[in-house]
Design a protein around this ligand. Structure first.
Ligand code: GDP
Ligand code: IMO
Ligand code: MG
Length: 431
């Protein structure tokens, strides 16, 4: 029996999951994406070439069979564009498979994302405006969703017509352009023709592959603090981005899961709105942003930057059961002479060590910092853990001791080869 290694974001996204997945994909037979949509933006830099992927698993670049599973929401135009772009760059897209259970993001979902954000006013979430939320809303409504398999039965046309009618009512009321359902149906027919050969019952396919001994790697999208149940609600995405979402999003079971990696950066970032206790809306944050090139892969938005929040990281370790951590941007944080890490929160004369369930409380939490020595020097060329400077090792050690999870992989630059892998067994202390 094969096993599935899982790579998940531990914070608010953009931890460098794509890079870690591409690196680990050498050891896997099949790479899967189980959650999210093209709200994700995963950057892979390999042999000097940069790829920004939104839907297609990063493993396709490594020439691996790659499956977009049932839990993913697919914008047909985005997927076709991504397939064409990769194909034009010499990537073999015949390795792609698409679940016939996956739901489609259609133009009215994108328009409704914009409208919902507009109506939220000062409570806007700051979504990626990719239609992600309204598509998962349709999915939860059950009879409003359009799945890949529906395209081959013709059944979807009535659903689209009534969805467009309902959307147009709201759009007109709010002075937005109406949508023509016939254009959408035409687009769906083109999409169905193009992807017919790629569409599969991914659940049966994956189980059969596991039975024949194939090993999988799952590329998480978004991250723990954006999880619709466990994140900083309401400023979250609309799917389960933690380990549970991987299982329901792929149809694989807990028995199939092997190692679970949590990816973090040497500092924290967030795009969009919502609480971010360690945010440095000042020169420190600006410096992190410039040193780490912290601008969104999907929207180009400048990312909010701040110190590493260990309280939040520990929470992500708990809810996901990470047995390894992968720490990216150690090179970036090492530019600072002194590095702060948040080890607790002060809230109304109380000292909190657990991540609060209530966003209002989180908003009023004051981080308590521990200050560690930085000034690592240029570590971008280091490939062996032993060659890291003492302060860098101490930083790693501190995170491990706090979370109780071993840091197995360390990123010292954006390129695939700028990755240190430690020959170390997993340990997980009481968390
Ligand atoms: P993802 O959404 O988790 O895949 O992350 P993104 O690709 O959106 O953002 C991560 C950014 O950090 C990208 O620009 C990567 O190229 C870059 N990156 C990843 N790891 C490292 C690292 O160790 N050092 C540096 N300097 N950049 C990195
Ligand atoms: P990757 O996979 C960072 C954020 C948005 C917004 C909130 C809801 O690249 O880490 P949505 O469009 O999903 O309804 O937006 O979630 N968000 C991300 N932030 N990285 C991502 O993906 C994100 N996907 C969604 O900015 O705050
Ligand atoms: Mg990203």
């Amino acid at each position: 029996m094969g096993k599935m290694t899982v790579v998940l974001g531990s914070a608010w996204g953009d931890e460098g999951k794509g890079k870690i997945v591409h690196f680990l994909s050498k050891e896997a037979d099949i790479i899967i994406r189980a959650t999210g949509g093209n709200n994700a933006g995963h950057t892979v830099v390999v042999n000097g070439a940069k790829y920004a992927l939104h839907l297609i698993p990063s493993g396709l670049i490594a020439g691996k069979l790659s499956v977009i599973c049932n839990g993913v929401v697919i914008n047909p135009n985005v997927l076709l564009k991504e397939m064409d772009e990769l194909s034009n760059r010499g990537i073999d897209i015949s390795n792609l498979r698409i679940s016939d259970r996956a739901n489609l993001i259609l133009p009215y979902n994108v328009a409704l994302d914009k409208l919902q954000e507009k109506l939220r006013g000062k409570n806007a979430i700051g979504t990626t405006l990719t239609g992600n939320g309204p598509t998962y809303q349709d999915k939860a409504k059950r009879t409003s969703s359009v799945r890949v398999q529906d395209l081959f039965s013709g059944k979807y046309k009535n659903i689209i017509e009534s969805n467009v009618e309902a959307a147009n009512f709201l759009l007109a009321k709010n002075g937005m352009e109406p949508i023509d359902y016939r254009d959408i149906i035409e687009g769906c027919d083109i999409f169905a023709d193009r992807i017919g050969n790629y569409s599969i019952d991914s659940v049966s396919f994956l189980h059969n592959q596991l039975n024949s001994g194939k090993n999988f790697l799952c590329e998480g999208a978004q991250a723990a603090l954006l999880d619709v149940d466990l994140g900083t609600h309401p400023d979250v995405t609309s799917s389960n981005t933690t380990i549970g979402g991987v299982l329901t999003g792929s149809g694989l079971s807990h028995l199939d899961v092997g190692d679970v990696y949590g990816v973090l950066k040497g500092y924290s970032t967030r795009v969009g709105n919502g609480s971010f206790p360690t945010e440095q809306d000042n020169e420190i944050g600006n410096r992190i942003r410039e040193l780490g090139h912290e601008y969104g892969t999907t929207t180009g938005r400048p990312r909010r930057c701040g110190w590493l929040d260990l309280v939040a990281l520990k929470y992500a370790c708990r809810v996901n059961g990470f047995n390894y951590l992968a720490l990216n941007h150690l090179d970036t944080i090492g530019h600072f002479d002194k590095i702060c890490v948040c080890v607790g929160y002060e809230y109304e004369n109380m000292y909190l060590e657990d991540f609060p369930s209530n966003a209002e409380i989180l908003k009023n939490c004051h981080p308590v910092y521990e200050t560690l020595d930085g000034a690592f020097g240029d570590i971008s060329g280091v490939r062996d853990f032993e060659d890291l400077p003492l302060n860098a090792k101490r930083y790693i050690d501190y995170i491990e001791n706090y979370t109780g999870v071993v840091i197995k992989m360390i990123g010292v630059g954006p390129s695939d080869e700028q990755t240190i892998v430690r020959n170390i067994k997993s340990f997980v202390h009481t968390r």
